[in-house]
Write a protein that binds this ligand. Structure first.
Ligand SMILES: [Zn+2]
Length: 109
């Protein structure tokens, strides 16, 4: 059965597709409509379906301009997509509970 997959998918929809056994490779190339970060590309990264997002430092008044890319993926519960993996495919962050603070602000605090 060839499933029709829309070009823009919410995290809920992506998780439903994965739940029914649609291969991640068929979902890669679509766009994730994330409730926090907006439209993100869905890619295969270290063998898993991920959506890279560029995070800006969330410390108030930060002027460093530093950013960090994390690779969001399915996890926690259906439609959450709050877990991030690093460039090497290793789990690094739960963005529901954690925020990105740049190196400069970490040294200051
Ligand atoms: Zn900062």
């Amino acid at each position: 059965m060839a499933a029709y997959i829309a070009d823009i998918l919410t995290p809920d929809e992506v998780d439903e597709l994965l739940d029914v056994g649609i291969p991640a490779e068929q979902i890669a190339g679509k766009t994730l409509d994330h409730h926090i970060w907006g439209h993100l590309p869905l890619i295969i990264h270290h063998g898993a379906l991920r959506a890279p997002v560029t995070l800006k430092c969330e410390r108030k008044g930060c002027t460093s301009g530093q950013t960090r890319t994390t690779y969001l993926g399915s996890g926690l519960h259906g439609g959450a997509w709050c877990y991030g993996w690093n460039e090497n495919g290793e789990y690094e962050v739960n963005l529901r509970d954690q925020i990105y603070v740049c190196d400069t602000c970490q040294v200051k605090s």
